[in-house]
Ligand binder design. Structure first.
Ligand SMILES: [Zn+2]
Ligand SMILES: [Zn+2]
Length: 100
């Protein structure tokens, strides 16, 4: 009796659980000939978006409301200048609302 499973490595690769919600998971879906699940698709989209945005960092500068929105849309924690800018935005928004 031998303990050499035939095609053991292949089986291991196929049964290795996909880490969903990651770019590696996204690729693993395709490696298996399937379509990525929503979680993995999201992760991949976020990854592509992040790469795209990194080439145009001036679009939403930190310390502005747009900067705060940018952090949020990328699922990031707001940095201090952006947090401050957002607070100021809401402060003035509430004030404007109360005045009308
Ligand atoms: Zn997945
Ligand atoms: Zn920021």
């Amino acid at each position: 009796m031998t303990w050499t499973p035939r095609g053991g490595i292949k089986v291991w690769v196929a049964e290795r659980p996909i880490k969903h919600g990651t770019v590696a998971g996204y690729r693993a879906h395709y490696e298996r000939g399937g379509k990525p699940c929503l979680e993995c698709l999201d992760a991949y989209n976020a990854y592509r978006r992040a790469r795209y945005v990194r080439t145009r960092t001036n679009a939403a500068r930190c310390g502005t409301y747009a900067g705060a929105r940018w952090h949020q849309s990328h699922g990031e924690r707001l940095c201090d200048p952006c947090r401050e800018a957002r607070a100021a935005y809401w402060r003035s928004w509430r004030k404007a609302r109360r005045a009308s």
